[in-house]
Design a protein around this ligand. Structure first.
Ligand SMILES: [Fe+2]
Length: 302
């Protein structure tokens, strides 16, 4: 009993330390972002601001540092296909649980005037991309896939209905396409192609829910509907690349059981896709790890 009490006390004090750490850093960060927005200064032209932000461990900066380390590790490709066993992806998900609207430069009041879906790209490398989606109440993101990608998501505002499907035809071109570990991809689906899938997700995600993920083989095809205006933070590992790793769009063409669905490839539904808008939130600065890695790589090639 005594040991149990000690363990519970340790857990609470640990959570408290993490929360205090982030709330303290976050207040410093917010004042920095306000300076940036109010002063309309470019981050690169304000060394004091850069130093201020570098001194902060915000969720976005911490997430970025974690992703840089992950994308330079030997586990990168293996973990994309096995996120269940990836400590790096678990760590990213834990960090994402601290994300707030303020981190991405939004307030509730900003979101009242948005009449259509919007997307803000925070940062993109060849290994990962950070992006934010805004989905007004009642609007949907159509069924789409993420070939050879894992995607980590966190709802930071609203309630989001999520429906996910996994391909089940293991010898199809598409399945092999989704399992090309060399990332040498080419588009294999054409309009009208049909894909057998099994429904693997049908749930509502909200701010209280932890970050979650899809993988190349599980729930890789999904659609969202905003039950109320939603903001979703996404990490794409790796990002889409056109034409080699494109996004395909689908519609449900038939349903054979409660869980089995045939999806048909359709043209990109332009009118339902988010429009790109300027990102005004915290932008990660180059991580210390990246600098050290680059220096190491550079010195080893000389
Ligand atoms: Fe998606």
């Amino acid at each position: 009993m005594f040991i149990c009490l000690l363990l519970i006390l340790a857990m609470f004090s640990g959570a408290s330390i993490i929360s205090q750490k982030y709330s303290k850093k976050l207040s410093t960060l917010l004042s920095s972002v306000k300076q940036f927005i109010n002063g309309n200064n470019g981050i690169d032209s304000n060394s004091e601001l850069i130093n201020n932000i570098r001194g902060c461990e915000t969720p976005i900066q911490t997430l970025y540092d974690c992703l840089v380390k992950f994308s330079n590790s030997l586990n990168y490709e293996v973990d994309i296909y096995n996120p269940d066993n990836s400590n790096a992806i678990k760590e990213c998900l834990e960090i994402m649980n601290f994300l707030t609207l303020s981190d991405v430069g939004l307030e509730n009041i900003n979101l009242n005037n948005i009449g259509q879906s919007a997307c803000m790209s925070i940062l993109s490398t060849d290994k990962f991309e950070l992006a934010v989606f805004i989905l007004p109440k009642g609007l949907s993101l159509p069924l789409h896939d993420h070939p050879n990608m894992s995607v980590l998501s966190k709802v930071i505002k609203g309630n989001l209905q999520v429906q996910g499907f996994s391909p089940i035809v293991e010898n199809s071109n598409y399945y092999m396409y989704m399992n090309d570990k060399k990332f040498q991809l080419n588009k294999v689906l054409k309009l009208g192609d049909e894909l057998e899938t099994i429904a693997t997700d049908n749930c509502v995600k909200s701010v209280q829910d932890s970050a979650w993920y899809l993988s190349p083989n599980r729930s890789n095809i999904h659609q969202f509907k905003a039950l109320e205006t939603c903001v979703v933070f996404d990490v794409l590992v790796p990002p889409y690349i056109y034409p080699n790793r494109p996004c395909n769009y689908f519609e449900i063409s038939s349903k054979s059981t409660d869980e089995r669905f045939t999806l048909k490839v359709i043209p990109e539904p332009d009118s339902k896709l988010p429009v790109a808008v300027y990102y005004n939130g915290y932008k990660p600065v180059e991580s210390k790890f990246l600098s050290e890695t680059e220096i190491h790589e550079h010195s080893s090639t000389n």
